[in-house]
Design a protein. Sequence first.
Length: 704
Amino acid sequence: MRPARLDPLFAPLVTLKGVGAKLEALYQRLLGTEAAPRVVDLLLHLPSGIIDRRARPTLAEAVPGTIVTVEVLIEKHRAPPASKSRAPYRILTSDETGDLTLVWFYAHKARMEQMCPVGETRIVSGTIELFDGIRQMVHPDRVMTAEQFATMPLIEPVYPMTEGLGAGLIRRAEEAALTRLPKLPEWLDAHLVSQKAWPDFATALRTLHAPADIRDFAPEGPAWSRLAYDELVANQLALALVRANLRRPAGRRNVGDGALRARLAAALPFALTGSQQKAVAEIAADMGAETRMLRLLQGDVGSGKTVVALMAMAAAAETGRQSALMAPTELLARQHAKTLKALAGSVGLEVAILTGREKGREREAILAGLASGTIPIVVGTHALFQESVRFHDLGLAVIDEQHRFGVHQRLALAAKGEAVDLLVMTATPIPRTLVLTYFGDMESSQLTEKPAGRKPVDTRVISLEKLPDIIDGVGRALEAGRQVYWVCPLVAESEDPDSAAGDLAAAEERYQMFRQRFAEAVALVHGQMKGPDKDAAMARFQSGDARLLVATTVIEVGVDVPAASIMVIDHAERFGLAQLHQLRGRIGRGETASTCILIYKGPLGETSAKRLDIMRETEDGFRIAEEDLKLRGEGDLLGTKQSGLPGFRVARLEHHAPLIEIARNDAKLIVETDPKLEGPRGEALRDLLYLFGRHEAIRLVKAG
Ligand code: ADP
Ligand code: MG
């Protein structure tokens, strides 16, 4: 039960003055919450910058990339022509030292003219940028007359915005939210707080939302660091509680005599690589120990994780216990089932599949087989969590592509058995800080070698203008009997009405185009297709009946068609680095030399250009993961910096990484000294877990 003192913070946002039902939906989008946003969600939505009106630089002095307040003369309006209403509205301004163009998208002419009459001076605040050598400010935060300016606070936070929620609205809502802050007990260690000179939680929030000085706002400063640390501790504590709960001695060993594994190894059509053998041995050692296994299996795309998992499942089967493998998508679950069936069948191990699609009698039969224990291995999606799924004796849970699941799901699966060993497979090599952040202290096995016979992929970056040439090239490849993936960012244009270009290569459209040219050789697969249609398309491609597969990113993870040797990624500039790497990992698996073509639509932003360069330079997954981390947080959309760790609202890797280790040790100590969170600090820490949405871990404390 959530302590009552937190109630004001967990009240719906609409209880704040000025936030009505209409705005609620906008706030939900802005704050990215799953349900209706609450006061705490808004409070943890920190400003993205500060306007400091004390400094009033001339245009020549204003530093590009910073938020400035400048006084300018309005010279000229440039409204977009009626035929191009999506073009920006510009106002040309100047002072004695230079020029500045103010830019708005979707502006009303009349309103603009009223706000900025030609010949008058205005004081404007916003981020100055250089665009082709021209100074400009996109969507100024404020445009004021001298009289208005005189009434403004000299220091004011700026918030990340969303359409329909302007800076002023958010600012006023934050002010109202701050008044709801109750007095909370300190949950951090007193020594640490005084050593770091950190303020308490409420003071830190007030400081960031209403800074008295620009330095108050620095991410490395005491206020932000305090909150970042709070968030990191909440996260580490939740992970530590999960771990403590899972690691309690189970008193049973989930490995048998090795006979099945030996037969399986002999039946494999290939020899395991050195690092596969090592991983198999590490896993078997864990499974054979008294405590539960909690191990991460990291390996780049195509490094052969599935067969390692299978060996672990065989070890469990030797003791008569069952294994479950959970994949993030249905497509991937089917793929895994197919691979596993082919390999396990040779030693008589049955593999069943259970997703949302198995229905009726088929489903009943599978559920019955799992409950009676006649099915030793089941592969599925999150359908495996459901209440109705009961195992006779689950010994091993394997979770593939874990970054898509939360702690919660991991627990749910592990709770399906008495002492389930847990193996988590991730495709992207994750740097240590991130492993710690998302998994806590976990053992890890790494597949560092690629299976023999892999050939490097030739990666090319080509402009969309060359599309006809690329299509001709694909035609020649198809004639030569090769198989091609063609990946598009969206299913249909209507999905993304905001895309200014409006000309995204939609999979459907490309598919129609290719059908006309290559007829039956083309298949289409995307996330919105019905399961059986998806399967049919994949099966046609897998069998070689279809040779060109037009797809969205549903094929990003795990799909394995070794004969495919060409990967074309349409609008590659729209994809993240990790995603591009995953996609490229689909090829280079067979005999023929493979080619990856990254089609981009120019002009490229700096970050996208860098991403494509890295793709061209390297196939090393670890290097790509590191570069990806560096590049993220340099999003250049309208100058709003989108940085941070996925799933974290306050902590920023680039500023707070050193705090992660401290938080880890802190959490470890807490769990050792007060595992049930019963002491005074433990009680306070429960508040912390609630505030940062990590309270599902509290259930464990109760259970234990
Ligand atoms: P991933 O790590 O991306 O999940 P998979 O497990 O899907 O990789 O393996 C990719 C492909 O490599 C599969 O076709 C698999 O059968 C094959 N493979 C796995 N291990 C080896 C090996 N040691 N030698 C040759 N091929 C292998
Ligand atoms: Mg895989």
